[in-house]
Design a protein around this ligand. Sequence first.
Ligand code: 13P
Length: 255
Amino acid sequence: TRKPLIAGNWKMNLNHLEAIALVQKIAFSLPEKYYSKVDVAVIPPFTDIRSVQTLVDGDKLLLTYGAQDVSRHASGAYTGEVSASMLAKLGCTYAVVGHSERREHHDETDEIVGKKVRAALKNDLTPILCVGEPLDVREAGDHISHTTTQLIEALKGLKTEQVADIVVAYEPVWAIGTGRVATPADAEEVCAALRSALTEKYGAELAAGVRVLYGGSVKSGNIAELISCENVDGALVGGASLDGDEFTKLCAMAA
Ligand code: 13P
């Protein structure tokens, strides 16, 4: 019932010319019939989004796109920030919020992440809310409480119908960019726990409809076993999303 989502987080890679080339490559390589079985999104740097929009609109591509971050503020004197309404105007479907790299390098707390979730929802963007534990937390066996707390804290104050519109991404920090993918059992354990936390707070019906993605060293070679897990509804892909052939293969495997 939950349609899988494969979202390619390009991080701080590819200028707008390279973005055009990669989107064209994906559009050329992935036949349209796949899009009825899997939602495909690219998440480029802000500076690429207008070019991606022009291409997607002009060629009527079925690919969707989003931003890697969004300001918690609506508008005003916030130098360097990009608002959710600006992203919505550019046709973005998604905004990634609370990626571990932003939590780590930009001091984003659950409270800030929560404000970003609200800013995105207010502008009809689907937040892809990232949670995940660092290695020491995993080794201490506290990964479930760590990730479910991150989730519930960021959703504080939202109405139940708003929570229905989010996507959750479980990205264990120790698996990001390391080539050390979580085992399907590890991914399933946490994704199931995140869904249970949503059930407890917002009810089973809502929780059953929310997509929970896995992220961390996902490739075309391991997506099949991850996505076969009951509670894993797709992937947030970093490195493997920068290569058109590899990303296309990965999307096709998830369909
Ligand atoms: P990698 O796929 O490069 O490990 O990155 C995962 C990630 O952080 C996606 O948001």
